[in-house]
Structures are given as structure tokens and as C-alpha cells.
Design a protein around this ligand. Structure first.
Ligand SMILES: [Fe+2]
Length: 251
């Protein structure tokens, strides 16, 4: 079974289309949430996402943009984007977002889990080994896929030691690249495919991953996309300028 992992698309249609064009053959799509918010094409991104599969975890922006709460915790720019998104969503899409399941969900038996923030809290940011330790320690699943931080990488433990994981890419920032991480038997993992639509790890390219359970292999990917078009759509929509400029910075 090969699962395509996508997270934090954030209504960036150009980035999502580039990911799907570059994605290797896969059997299922696991979507780790924040489908909307920030970007200019929430309805189109929901349409494409729904066609891809049934495994979805709710993100905090999916919750806020569909009126389920949490918007007051956002910064002013994120609040403006969430209110704009809620206003332009079709009724059907709004209802669909409202019924997304909060994680953790087990898409393929008890060994693998999907969450938005962490297994313990859907809104928690796992940015450091210290953040990750309680989740790795308590998790029932051997592998937990998470998003929310918009940072491609993850954490692992063999029981005695704790590791921070990150892909090491070569080539220029204009290339499509990939990095393989063999998954060891007996180790526990927290793995983030990165953000499709608003990376914050200093790399502007759209991020995603492929999990191959038969080969026990995770592959991280980065692909260039039509950044200018995504930025122009944000500006044309009247969304905050910062949401366009940060896409180039990957911050
Ligand atoms: Fe997000």
C-alpha cells in the first residue's frame, strides 16, 4: 500500500496541482488538514481534495473557516483570511468542512495514525524533540503522520535515543527533489510531509510525502509550482499582501 500524504494545502490550487502532477503512483491519499485558509482558492481546492480520497483529518483552519470556532486565537492576518474564506465558501463545502473528523484517525490498522497537530492535541505544534517526546512516548501507533507546523521532517525514537529527522536535498531551489527515509522495525516515528500550500521551512517549493508500508519507506518531495499565479490570486482576492509575499520566502 502506497499512501500519498498531503497537509496544509491552505487553498493554494497551483501548489496542489503541481503536487498531483509530480506524485508517484499511489493507492490512497491521506490528507492531514488545513485544506483551506490563507490562499485564494478554497472551493477549488476542496473539490480537488474530495475527488482524491476519503481520509481527512480536520485542521484548525478548516474548523475556524467553517464557523466551528478558534478564529479568536488567530493573528489578525489569519483572522482576515479565515473570515474571507468563510464568506466565499459554498454552503456544501462549508458543511463538508464542518463534518471532518478531528484526529487521531487510523487509516490502515492500529500501527499508523494521522493527526493534524499532535496525537494529544489537534492544535499542538510539534517543532522540537521536546515537543514531540510526550506524543512519541504515549502513542499507540508506531508511525504518526502530522502537519500543522508547515515544516517537512519529523522525530523518531528507538526507546533510548531521540532523533530529529529532516530531508537533505541537493540541487537548486528550482528543481523537483526527493529524499528517502527507510523506516526501522521497532522504532517510533512522527512524520510530517510538509505543507503543500504555505511552507515555513525556508523552502518555497510545495511539500508532500509518500509512505510505502511494504517497503517500510517514507519519501519526502519538494516540487516547484506557479508561485506568481498563486500570489496574484491572493492579491486579486483582496487578501493581506503578506500572505502572497511569504509564499516566496517559505516562511
Ligand atoms: Fe496549517
Amino acid at each position: 500500500m502506497r499512501a500519498l500524504l498531503v497537509s496544509d494545502i491552505h487553498a493554494n490550487l497551483e501548489a496542489l496541482e503541481a503536487v498531483l502532477a509530480a506524485a508517484p503512483p499511489h493507492d490512497v491519499v491521506w490528507n492531514l488538514g488545513d485544506i483551506v485558509g490563507y490562499g485564494a482558492n478554497p472551493n477549488e481546492v476542496i473539490d480537488v481534495s474530495r475527488r482524491l480520497g476519503q481520509i481527512f483529518v480536520r485542521g484548525n483552519h478548516d474548523r475556524a473557516c467553517s464557523g466551528l470556532g478558534g478564529i479568536e486565537e488567530f493573528n489578525p492576518i489569519a483572522q482576515r483570511a479565515a473570515r474571507w474564506t468563510e464568506a466565499v465558501l459554498t454552503g456544501d463545502h462549508r458543511e463538508w468542512l464542518r463534518h471532518l473528523a478531528a484526529g487521531p484517525i487510523a487509516p490502515d490498522g492500529p500501527q499508523v495514525s494521522c493527526v493534524h497537530g499532535s496525537p494529544l492535541d489537534e492544535d499542538e505544534y510539534l517543532l522540537t524533540v521536546r515537543d514531540a517526546w510526550p506524543s512519541l512516548h504515549d502513542a499507540q501507533a508506531h508511525i504518526t503522520f502530522f502537519g500543522h507546523t508547515h515544516v517537512q521532517g519529523g522525530f523518531a525514537t528507538n526507546g533510548d535515543e531521540w532523533f530529529r529527522l529532516a530531508p537533505r536535498y541537493s540541487g537548486s531551489r528550482g528543481d523537483a527533489v526527493e529524499f528517502e527515509l527507510p523506516l526501522r522495525e521497532g522504532a517510533r516515528y512522527l512524520l510530517n510531509p510538509g505543507s503543500v500550500g504555505q511552507p515555513r521551512d525556508g523552502d518555497w517549493r510545495a511539500a508532500f510525502a509518500l509512505y510505502d508500508d511494504a517497503q517500510r519507506l517514507l519519501t519526502w518531495y519538494r516540487v516547484p509550482y506557479d508561485l506568481r499565479e498563486a500570489q496574484q490570486r491572493i492579491l486579486n482576492a483582496g487578501l493581506p499582501d503578506r500572505l502572497a509575499s511569504r509564499l516566496r520566502e517559505g516562511r
